[in-house]
Design a protein around this ligand. Structure first.
Ligand SMILES: Cc1ncc(COP(=O)(O)O)c(C=O)c1O
Length: 363
């Protein structure tokens, strides 16, 4: 415990949470954060820099982020009224949780349902709001355990269900039929489909959003070359975005993020496509190389990272790679089946080769 004199005033959940702190230090190869590799062209970087030269630095940003919302709407094939923008999807998650906070019937707090393992911010952000979180373990193929989720819904319908697909850290798209049945089983729950990695997959779930009133879709620029901008967005019915907009802080999107985020999707779409194609090709190459290593199995990935199972403890491989200057993500501290799993972001060809060489030395 921190020993602050305000302990009795702090949200009780803080005692069991820790700050989100990526591993610090200088690594020759960082494949730990699911960012895109550094592949933006010099021309694109020059264009981004030029666009900053005319900014009104003394003025607050456009509070409605009109131009950015228009750009993201066009890019996503929806209308600007269906777009809510956030400081990364992380902020969208907090806005959803703040808005969907009313306990149902006689429940003693809002209930959030998600899977495990999955992206940690659904749970963390709900906990700091004092909300209850039901995490349903994924099945042995890292897919939705539909029956268990259904039982949870019947017992106590959640306010929100977060489903990342492709899922982080497992990389797979969840089974579509199960997802659709889940949506149908929870008509009074908003099902948030987190499509952070969708540019790397061969199908999206926007049709489910169009068909079902209780679905919203979340996306981000972070995984396709623009993590520095912190631009995430929610696609939801206009009546819902209007309500969620009341929770949004007045100037949540700074001016450079608004201007450069719009520029990225309006002018740099060919760059984004090139980076995505490169990463997908590398992902398949690395997955094939890994399949040849003894004691390593790879889950088929629809994202920009791979989820590996090793017969040796993940901690041993993680530390061995770290000692060789290659940082990946390990979940060994969580124990159980995660003690043998590693998540590796796809980098440039040279970075991936370095990772493979080091891993070969360790297996
Ligand atoms: C599934 C998923 N959703 C959302 C995010 C966060 O995205 P953003 O950078 O837009 O906050 C991540 C980041 O790792 C993620 O894995």
């Amino acid at each position: 415990m921190p020993g602050t004199p305000f302990e009795d005033l702090l949200c009780p959940a803080l005692s069991e949470l820790s700050s989100y702190t990526p591993v610090a230090g200088d690594y020759a190869v960082r494949l730990d954060a699911n960012e895109a590799p550094e592949l933006l062209s010099t021309a694109a970087k020059t264009r981004l820099a030029q666009a900053c030269s005319g900014l009104a630095w003394e003025r607050y940003p456009d509070a409605t982020a009109r131009v950015l919302r228009q750009a993201l709407a066009r890019y996503s094939g929806v209308s600007p009224e269906e777009i809510l923008v956030g400081d990364g999807s992380d902020e969208i998650i907090t806005m959803l949780l703040s808005a969907f906070s009313q306990p149902r019937d006689r429940a003693d707090g809002a209930l959030i349902m998600t899977t495990t393992p999955t992206f940690v911010m659904y749970r963390m952000s709900a906990k700091v709001r004092g909300q209850r979180v039901l995490e349903v373990p994924l099945d042995s193929a890292w897919d939705l355990a539909f029956e268990s989720m259904l039982r949870g819904i019947e017992l106590s319908p959640p306010n929100l269900i977060f489903i990342a697909t492709p899922n982080n850290p497992t990389g797979n798209l969840v089974n579509r039929e199960r997802l659709e049945r889940l949506i149908e089983a929870a008509p009074r729950t908003l099902v948030v489909i987190d499509e952070a990695y969708i540019p790397y997959a061969d199908r999206d779930q926007l049709d489910l959003y169009r068909r079902y009133e209780n679905v919203a879709v979340m996306r981000t620029l972070s995984k396709i070359g623009f993590a520095a901008l912190r631009v995430g967005w929610l696609i939801a019915r206009p009546a819902l975005t209007a309500e969620l907009d009341k929770v949004r802080l007045p100037y949540n999107m700074n001016t450079p993020s608004q201007v450069l985020g719009a520029l990225a999707v309006n002018e740099l779409e060919p760059e984004i496509r090139r980076i995505v194609q490169y990463v997908v090709a590398e992902r398949e190459r690395v997955a094939c190389a890994l399949a040849l290593l003894p004691g390593i199995t790879v889950t088929p990935s629809a994202a920009n990272f791979l989820w590996l199972r090793s017969e040796r403890p993940a901690q041993t491989l993680f530390e061995g790679l770290q000692a060789r200057g290659v940082l990946v993500r390990s979940f060994h501290q969580r124990g159980g089946r995660l003690a043998h799993q590693l998540r590796v972001t796809i980098g440039t060809r040279a970075e991936n080769d370095r990772f493979l060489t080091c891993l070969r030395e360790l297996t």
